[in-house]
Design a protein around this ligand. Structure first.
Ligand code: UD1
Length: 362
């Protein structure tokens, strides 16, 4: 029996880890120990995902969150070193591009524990994006790099990492395919007064939380102005990092077309995606989910995270201002059902097969 130590900490990682954990449970020769760094800790940002997606409870929650990037990463590293020394795993399994990913990759590499990085090879080519720093560093010190798309594999080849890399498909596509049938109309809870509110008959779905869009007041204002001018209400589950800023805008009373609500669970989020007129987001995960659901998406960022989705008007980049967002939203998409760059919804099984093979030859 080989021991895998999986480190998760932030919302998007829970969804990917759920699919892979289920596949690991079926593989008789792998034992998984799950560690939660604590980066996301509100019920709606963390435990709700464990409950909905049947993710095994973490052996430890390190309870580390907040602070600057350096503070958070350093505290996670010190704590993860103790955990990894105690558990002595055969490999460490990591997802995506968060500070939890970077901290765990650095610690494992220095303890000579091989790192398996899922969602490897995504590149925005913008070092001002904190997640780009995390993903480049994690990729370069990982021993097995598993990508969501063939384009991501080519990115790794350009950085001389091809020998350690393989295409596996996107576990978020697995999750979407698996859970779509169980998607649930959300019981929305209004931000601020906590009252419950019905999902409007027709609506747009907005998420916006990136540092790039929420630190500068002007950017968030531009995005909200665009949403205010739409012809149907905008459902906006607000990430805790943006809560204070959003509430300040809403309090002015100029944004009554926007419905700011508490974060929703995964099953509710994919319900919103599939029923929305359009999606507007700065999330790497939500733009892929809009693509899976064939719902038109506008991504408010300065760089492409998933260029595979940016075809035939299906996902268009916009700047954080009203004109740019409305222009992108006005482009009609053309959907080619046969075009599926994210694999065949068997990524989790592929990931487990690659890990088993990798550990066998070591
Ligand atoms: C992180 C990831 C990002 C991912 C996002 C998904 C990094 C660098 N970024 O960004 O890649 O897209 O998660 O959500 O790791 N907070 C709460 N309650 C929570 C979680 C966070 O109040 O449950 C607060 C934190 O204390 C902090 C702020 O929100 O003040 C931002 O959280 P942080 O984990 O630093 O980054 P995210 O913006 O969530």
């Amino acid at each position: 029996m080989r021991k895998l130590l999986t480190v998760v900490g932030a919302r998007p990682q829970f969804v990917k880890a759920a699919m892979v954990s289920h596949a690991i449970t079926k593989a008789s020769d792998l034992d998984e120990v799950l560690i939660h760094t604590g980066q996301h800790y509100d019920y709606g940002m963390s435990q709700a995902f464990f409950d909905q997606l049947d993710i095994p409870q973490p052996r430890v929650n390190l309870g580390i969150s907040g602070g600057s990037h350096a503070q958070m990463t350093a505290r996670m590293m010190a704590s993860l070193e103790e955990t990894m020394l105690g558990e002595a795993p055969d490999a460490v399994l990591l997802y995506g591009d968060t500070n939890s990913t970077l901290a765990a990759a650095l610690v494992a590499a220095k303890l000579h524990i091989p790192v398996v990085h899922v969602e490897a090879g995504a590149r925005t080519r913008s070092l001002t994006n904190p997640e780009e720093v995390n993903r480049i560093c994690a990729d370069h010190i990982s021993s097995l790099l598993l990508t969501c798309t063939e384009a991501n594999l080519r990115n790794l080849a350009l950085e001389n990492l091809a020998e350690r890399a393989a295409f596996a498909g996107d576990p978020m596509y697995d999750a979407f395919s698996c859970y779509s049938a169980r998607a649930q109309r959300p019981a929305l809870v209004e931000l601020g007064d906590g009252s419950s509110v019905d999902v409007p008959e027709a609506f747009y779905y907005l998420t916006c939380h990136r540092e790039e869009n929420t630190v500068e007041e002007k950017s968030l204002q531009g995005i909200l102005e665009a949403m205010q001018s739409l012809d149907a209400p905008v459902v906006y589950p607000v990430h805790p990092r943006s809560k204070a800023a959003v509430m300040a805008f809403v309090a002015r009373g100029d944004f009554d077309n926007i419905l700011p609500v508490e974060p929703v669970g995964y099953l509710e989020s994919i319900w919103l995606v599939t029923h929305a007129r359009q999606v507007v987001t700065d999330s790497g995960g939500l733009q892929r989910e809009a693509f899976f659901a064939a719902v038109k998406c506008t991504t408010v960022l300065n760089f492409e995270v998933w260029p595979e989705t940016m075809v035939a008007g299906r996902n268009i980049l916009a700047k954080p201002n009203k004109d740019s967002i409305l222009e992108a939203m006005g482009v009609e998409q053309v959907v080619d059902e046969a075009y599926q760059p994210f694999g065949n919804a068997r990524a989790a099984n592929n990931i487990v097969d690659h890990i088993v093979e990798f550990l066998e030859v070591r």
